[in-house]
Design a protein around this ligand. Structure first.
Ligand code: URA
Length: 245
């Protein structure tokens, strides 16, 4: 097994098996693999979806106005239970955009996506394909925490949709990684299980942006056996990005 791959797997917490009769290779702390950023626009998202929220101004907002609009948003009832909104974080010109479901308790307190235990694993997953957290852009389907981390409701997703669409348009990523069932189903407008959606290349509807779906890191914490499949998904998204350079 190549040393680089060994490092990837170790970073993700996947046990590396080695025959006893072979010398044991010590795995050093992995160095991120440099992946050049892609500046070329992959596509502009089509603003064709019906939404319960007014989209006209959001679809033309620049980053500052967009972030302010999200921070004061009261379009759905989640504003009354949130501590704060969770906008998104990272490189606004990233080649890779990660889209999760919704803030959890840690994110609601800190105002940043994926900062809890699932976020730690997400960071490791990204490191496994050569990205530091601040080299990608991370956002969620919802900008506010649903009470008790319940699944997002349709009207909540619709209210938040213009914000996410605008984030995608502004970032213009070369590829999107949808983490978890909720993100994958909503982005792909599908009701298929994540086990069916992962493992193949999709296109973000209304765009030419390739999308790979994978398991949510919170699920991988509960089911580490699935990390191997997640690793395949990560390699696939990594190949999509490097192919475009
Ligand atoms: N899970 C998500 O999908 N997003 C977060 O920001 C945190 C946990």
């Amino acid at each position: 097994m190549a040393e680089l791959q060994r490092q990837y797997l170790k970073a993700m917490g996947i046990d590396v098996w080695q025959r006893r009769d072979l010398p044991v290779v010590e795995v050093p702390q992995s160095q991120p693999v440099t992946v050049p950023q892609v500046s070329e626009s992959a596509a502009i998202i089509a603003n064709s979806e019906p939404s319960t929220a007014p989209t006209a101004d959001v679809s033309t907002m620049e980053w500052g106005a967009l972030q302010r609009a999200v921070s004061t948003c009261e379009r759905c009832s989640l504003h009354s239970t949130r501590t704060q909104t969770v906008f998104g974080v990272g490189d606004k010109q990233a080649s890779l955009m990660i889209i999760g479901e919704a803030p959890g308790g840690d994110e609601d307190r800190q105002g940043e996506p994926f900062v809890g235990r699932a976020g730690q694993l997400l960071n490791e997953m990204l490191r496994a394909i050569g990205f530091k957290r601040d080299q990608v852009y991370i956002a969620n389907i919802l900008k506010c925490r649903p009470p008790h981390n319940r699944d997002p409701k349709v009207d909540e997703v619709n209210c938040c949709d213009p914000y996410l669409k605008r984030q995608i348009t502004l970032v213009q990523p070369a590829a999107v990684l949808a983490v978890g069932r909720i993100a994958a189903q909503n982005l792909l407008k599908s009701s298929e299980r994540i086990g069916v959606l992962r493992g193949r290349e999709h296109q973000l509807p209304g765009t030419k942006i390739p999308l790979i779906a994978t398991y949510h890191p919170a699920y991988l914490l509960r089911s580490p056996i699935e990390k191997r499949k997640a690793w395949q998904d990560l390699q696939q998204v990594h190949a999509l990005i490097t192919d475009k350079i």
